[in-house]
Design a protein around this ligand. Structure first.
Ligand code: GN1
Ligand code: MG
Length: 364
């Protein structure tokens, strides 16, 4: 478990940025489950301060270096007219370093973008298209980046076979003595072997891209005045991957009528029009730069991400909540049940999803 962040710790870190807790307002920012993120406001400057969770990111410098390489590449792409969004800017500390090591923990600062907002759900189809276009433009702009320059931040991050192995290990150890309370969901996971095999088969045929890997709707900043996307944020898990993963995570966070941890799962419904808008926005933005097989893989990705993240939440629940931050002891189990319900809904709507993607596929 990572250490609690006291005012004393914040003060120590802020000194690296010419700041003091008494001279600024500090508030928690965003809804991340891993890092601790703060907005620091003073009369002189506004910036985002983040403690990187070293248990999840054992090499925090690699996270910071990757972000720098990506930001520079995107800034160049924008200058050349190949990328319409702006990129994030990490800030150097008083020692002219992007990382601040304080009492054994890594921190970094990022420029705060004024007049922006994030969304937790889409409220209209235009927004859904914008979200999909932005993440597609991100991967398209990264397509000529030498992926081998990016450190592999978390190996096997979106490898469902590996995530099932982790689940099975957690079941075997039953560290938190919780197996009895979630046995039906454990069996549910094991019963999805046919789907897992389908994922493995298509994965062997797909090309690798630089993908964002955390395309939650709240990882996109919108401009308050134009209401248009301005910046893709949270590059922590940007690595080589498959487009279906990025598409699937958008579906996961845009197409459910409920939040990721809502417990009234009987009321969950699929926002079909939003799904169609995401698919269209994503495929259209790639133009010629997405293959027929990659388009087909989006059908699988849409189901895969809710299932895989459900498996990860369930694993962490069995493990005693070591990975995702939680607000109460059942939180990870509730998240898992929510995501499995969404996966089931997507499976029930397989024909609709397939028809939507197939129609778009034949349009091009
Ligand atoms: C974590 O902390 P956050 O919200 O950026 C997780 C993602 C999950 C997500 C679920 C490094 O992202 O993979 O999809 O929670 N990040 C990591 O909401 O594991
Ligand atoms: Mg993230």
């Amino acid at each position: 478990m990572t250490e609690e962040i006291t005012d004393n710790i914040l003060n120590g870190v802020l000194e690296f940025y010419h700041c003091h807790v008494d001279a600024c307002q500090i508030s928690r920012l965003g809804n991340g489950h891993i890092n601790d993120t703060f907005l620091v406001k003073s009369s002189a400057q506004n910036f985002v301060l983040q403690r990187i969770n070293a248990e999840v990111f054992p090499d925090p410098m690699a996270v910071i270096n990757n972000a720098e390489l990506i930001n520079q590449h995107l800034a160049n792409a924008r200058q050349q007219g190949r990328y319409p969004l702006s990129s994030m800017k990490q800030r150097a500390n008083i020692n002219n370093e992007l990382a601040t090591l304080y009492q054994g923990q890594y921190w970094r600062a990022v420029d705060y973008v004024d007049n922006c907002f994030t969304l937790e759900s889409v409220s209209n189809l235009e927004q859904a298209k914008q979200v999909a276009s932005s993440f597609a433009q991100f991967s398209a702009a990264m397509s000529n980046f030498p992926a081998e320059k990016l450190a592999e931040i978390i190996p096997n991050f979106h490898n469902i076979g590996f995530r099932m192995l982790q689940l099975n290990e957690a079941i075997k150890q039953d560290k938190a003595k919780r197996l009895a309370s979630c046995e039906s969901w454990v069996s549910f996971c094991h019963n999805q072997q046919r789907f897992i095999d389908e994922v493995t088969r298509i994965t062997l045929k797909l090309p690798l891209n630089v993908t964002h890997n955390d395309t939650k709707i709240n990882n996109l900043l919108f401009d308050k005045s134009t209401e248009r996307p301005i910046t893709v944020i949270d590059l922590d898990t940007c690595m080589s991957g498959y487009l279906m993963h990025d598409f699937g995570d958008m579906v996961r966070t845009c197409c459910s009528t409920l939040a990721e941890d809502a417990t009234n799962v009987d009321e969950m419904a699929l926002k079909k029009e939003v799904f169609a808008a995401l698919a269209q926005g994503y495929i259209d933005s790639f133009g010629e730069n997405i293959s027929t097989l990659e388009k087909q893989s989006l059908i699988i990705g849409a189901k895969l991400l809710p299932f895989m993240i459900g498996v990860r939440f369930l694993t962490d629940y069995l493990d005693g909540d070591n990975y995702f931050s939680i607000k109460h002891p059942q939180h990870n189990l509730e998240r898992a049940i929510n995501q499995f319900t969404l996966y089931q809904l997507l499976c029930q709507n397989h024909d609709f999803i397939t028809a939507t993607i197939t129609n778009l596929n034949s349009d091009h």
